[in-house]
Design a protein around this ligand. Structure first.
Ligand code: UD1
Length: 439
């Protein structure tokens, strides 16, 4: 083949990998960054304010970058310095979100409620499935229809409009969906009349969104409980708000220390919001103390098995912590059982952990983890955000070198994970490799 032909059929890409030297104890103090899952709906919520809003403690993550790109496309200038974001939504000029921006991040569906409330019309592409399996948005759509939004589903697009204001309604959710609850809050804050959400999601990110909206002039009560009342107001203004700490990042750092026989103090955390995970780590033999904004963990020499971990809506054990905790359980003494109740396809990390020597059997929702004495470094692929984090936990504890590829998944939710963990005694290098992609 001629050189030129070769160039025509291949494109050189640069991809990042994490090279982890395993077997070092994770120990020390670390501050946790702001919550990704709060920042995304909060950025969408700034649209309702029709002026400038300021968010502090907003993490530097690729998913946040994607939300910022959507705001910029909509005609809202965004400035960032460190972890502070200024958004000026006074000149919002578009009512559509292009497909390529929607594809970058499934959770951009929260822009639907916000744009509908502000402009009375929206065109957005259907977010489709993702690494966690099918992710329907039927609850988002039926709820917004209850508020009076007319939604046409047309070849992968959602074309929505309402004449005048949306109208308050009683909305019972058949499942406490986080995203649907957020979309209802956004749409109902400026609707005419009162909205009541029954069986609402109770995740801390919901209360954070309601706190911001209330600071913007909304009248929302009960957020964080299963019934939320929203008394619609005519207009909102901008506000300044500090994003809550990321509870899943906190749980992941705790798992890193737990799996490596380490000792960690996680600062700037919110222990209450990690309460679903802490008893599980205690059951594994970790000593845990919590302060007002900190969590201390000291791991035993060898972790004990967990009886059964069932993922549940908040305040239960979070599905997002399932993979990192499973990586730690892979090294525990005895058999642990996980039951994944939230997402259909959330065990993709299992095959990768198996490459490192883990003994895990999956049948439907259930994963049976037979703890092994050692994991061994291997080349593994991050299949999704938290599954990728689990490979980092396992790599830290394994003997030898682990190379994690496809780490763009990890960068969606962990700010400079290698720097954070290296500050705790780990040895992780981010390397950029040339990769050729067939055209
Ligand atoms: C959010 C979080 C995600 C977390 C999840 C559950 C963000 C950006 N993401 O995702 O990290 O894992 O909560 O805690 O905040 N469902 C339907 N129909 C719907 C909506 C949801 O069937 O209209 C199903 C989903 O397929 C899934 C379950 O409900 O099986 C939970 O989804 P949901 O609570 O909506 O999660 P997300 O908001 O997508």
């Amino acid at each position: 083949m001629l050189d030129t032909e070769y160039l025509l059929c291949e494109r050189v890409l640069f991809v990042d990998q994490l090279r982890i030297r395993g077997g070092l104890r994770v120990a020390g103090e670390i501050s946790v960054h702001g919550a990704k899952n709060s920042s995304l709906p909060l950025l969408a919520a700034t649209i309702l304010g029709k002026s400038q809003s300021i968010l502090h403690n907003c993490p530097r993550l690729s998913d946040v970058d994607a939300a910022v790109r959507i705001l910029s496309y909509l005609g809202c200038p965004v400035e960032r310095s460190g972890h502070t974001v200024w958004v000026d939504t006074s000149q919002l000029s578009h009512f559509d979100v292009p497909e390529e921006l929607m594809r970058e991040m499934r959770s951009s569906i929260v822009f639907l409620g916000a744009i509908a409330a502000r402009l009375g019309k929206v065109k957005i592409s259907f977010p489709g499935g993702c690494e966690l399996g099918p992710r329907p948005i039927d609850l988002h759509l039926s709820s917004l229809r209850k508020l009076g939004l007319i939604i046409r589903e047309d070849h992968g697009f959602l074309d929505c409009e309402v004449a005048g204001r949306l109208k308050g309604a009683v909305i019972p959710l058949s499942f406490p969906s986080v995203g649907a609850t957020e979309n209802i809050l956004l749409a109902a804050a400026t609707a005419e009349g009162v909205t009541q959400i029954l069986n609402a999601a109770q995740e801390p990110e919901i209360a954070d969104l309601a706190d911001f909206l209330n600071a913007c002039g909304a009248k929302i009560s009960g957020a964080g409980k299963s019934t939320i009342f929203i008394e619609g107001v005519e207009e909102l203004h901008g506000a300044e708000h500090e994003v809550i700490p990321d509870r899943i990042v906190s749980a992941t750092y705790l798992c890193c220390a737990a799996a490596t026989g380490g000792e960690i103090l996680v600062r700037r955390a919110c222990p209450e919001t990690v309460a679903g995970v802490l008893p599980v780590l205690e059951q594994m033999g970790c000593r845990i103390y919590t302060g007002e904004k900190s969590i201390y963990l000291k791991a035993p020499e060898r972790l004990k098995r967990i009886r059964t971990v069932r993922t549940m809506p908040y305040p239960g054990f979070p599905t997002d912590a399932q993979a990192p905790v499973m990586a730690a359980a892979a090294l525990a003494d005895g058999t642990s059982v996980f039951v994944e109740n939230i997402f259909e396809s959330r065990y993709k990390h299992v095959a990768e952990l198996a490459r490192m020597g883990a003994d895990i059997k999956v049948e439907g929702k259930v994963a049976v983890v037979n703890g092994v004495k050692k994991l061994y470094g291997a080349g593994v692929e991050a299949t999704d955000l938290r599954g990728g984090a689990a490979l980092v936990v396992a790599g830290l504890a394994a003997e030898g070198e682990t190379v994690v590829s496809q780490i763009q998944h990890i960068d969606r939710g962990y700010e400079q994970i290698e720097e954070s963990l290296n500050s705790l005694g780990a040895h992780i290098q981010r390397v950029t490799e040339k990769a050729a992609e067939d055209q």
